[in-house]
Design a protein around this ligand. Structure first.
Ligand code: OOG
Ligand code: MG
Length: 260
C-alpha cells in the first residue's frame, strides 16, 4: 500500500510495530510530510492504541540532548506519548525478541501531581505541578531500518517509544541539584557514557516548559499523574540478550535491567 496520507502512514507504522519488522522512512514515499502533519499521524496512531485498550500514562521528550541529536542526525527536539503497555518489567528481564532493534537510554522523569497546560507555562508552574522526580530508563525501538529517519518520520513513529522503567527513589524538586545531577550508563558493569542533568537542553525543567508550550499549539496538555520523560542524557545503546544495563545516578539512585 502506498503511503500518502495520515491513515496509510498509521497503518504502515502499526504494522511494522506489531510484526516487529523494520521499514523504510515514511518521508521517502510521502516527501510532503511535514512536522505538523506528522504530529497528526502520531495522534491518530495513539488513538488506535487507545481504541485497542491501551491507556496514556506518560509523555516523552526526545532529542533534547546534543549527544542524541548528533547520534540521530536530527537537530530539533520532539515529543510523544507513553501508554501503560510501554511500562515494563518490575524487575523482570527485558526480552530483546519482543522488539525490532531496541536501544536503552538513561533519563530523568518528572511525575505530575497537577495538570500542566500552555501556552504560558513557566518553570515555576513545572516546579509547582511536579509531585516528584525519579530516574528512568527508556527503551526506544524505531520502526525505521537502522534508526534512519528525518524529523517528521520520527514524530510520526511516536518518537520511537517502546518501553520505560522508573526508579524507586522519589525526590521533590528543589531537594537536589537537578542540573548537576550526574549519571553513568553501565553495560555489563563497564561505564559506557556519563552526563549530568544539564545535558537536557541545559535544564530538564526548562525542557518540560518548552514542550508543554509546544503541545499547547495543538490544543494538548498534560493531566495530573502524567509521567514525563525528559529525554536521554547520553547516547542510547543497543540491548543484547544476556547483557545487563544500569543507569547509576548520584541522588536519584540506580536502575538495572537484565536482557534475555
Ligand atoms: C528518537 C527518540 C529519542 C530521546 O530521549 O532522545 C529519545 C530516537 O532516537 O529514536 O527518546
Ligand atoms: Mg528517550
Amino acid at each position: 500500500m502506498p503511503i500518502n496520507d495520515v491513515e496509510s502512514a498509521v497503518d504502515a507504522l502499526l504494522q511494522a510495530e506489531n510484526r516487529r519488522e523494520e521499514r523504510g522512512r515514511v518521508t521517502t514515499e510521502w516527501p510532503g510530510l511535514d512536522a505538523g502533519t506528522a504530529y497528526e499521524v502520531q495522534r491518530t496512531l495513539i488513538e488506535a492504541k487507545i481504541a485497542a485498550g491501551e491507556e496514556i500514562v506518560g509523555f516523552k521528550l526526545g532529542l533534547t540532548s546534543k549527544a542524541k541529536q548528533e547520534q540521530m542526525n536530527v537537530d530539533a527536539p520532539l515529543s510523544g506519548w507513553l501508554t501503560d503497555a510501554h511500562q515494563c518489567c518490575n524487575g523482570e528481564p527485558v526480552k530483546v525478541a519482543n522488539y525490532i532493534h531496541p536501544r536503552i537510554e538513561p533519563e530523568i522523569a518528572f511525575i505530575l501531581g497537577r495538570e500542566l497546560k500552555g501556552p504560558n507555562c513557566t518553570r515555576d508552574d513545572v516546579k509547582e505541578a511536579t509531585s516528584h522526580i525519579t530516574a528512568a530508563f527508556e527503551i526506544i525501538d524505531s520502526r525505521y531500518r537502522d534508526f534512519n529517519f528525518a524529523l517528521p518520520d520520527v514524530i510520526a513513529d511516536n518518537a520511537s517509544s517502546a518501553g520505560f522503567i522508573l526508579g524507586k527513589t522519589h525526590i521533590k524538586v528543589g531537594e537536589f541539584d537537578l542540573i548537576n545531577e550526574p549519571v553513568e550508563l553501565l553495560v555489563d558493569g563497564e561505564v559506557q557514557a556519563t552526563a549530568t542533568g544539564a545535558a537536557v537542553l541545559g535544564d530538564p525543567a526548562q525542557a518540560v516548559v518548552d514542550a508543554v508550550n509546544e503541545i499547547a499549539t495543538r490544543g494538548q496538555s498534560l493531566p495530573a499523574g502524567t509521567i514525563v520523560l525528559t529525554g536521554a542524557l547520553t547516547d542510547a545503546v543497543f540491548l543484547n540478550p544476556g547483557s545487563k544495563y544500569t543507569a547509576r545516578f548520584k541522588s536519584l539512585g540506580e536502575i538495572t535491567v537484565n536482557c534475555l
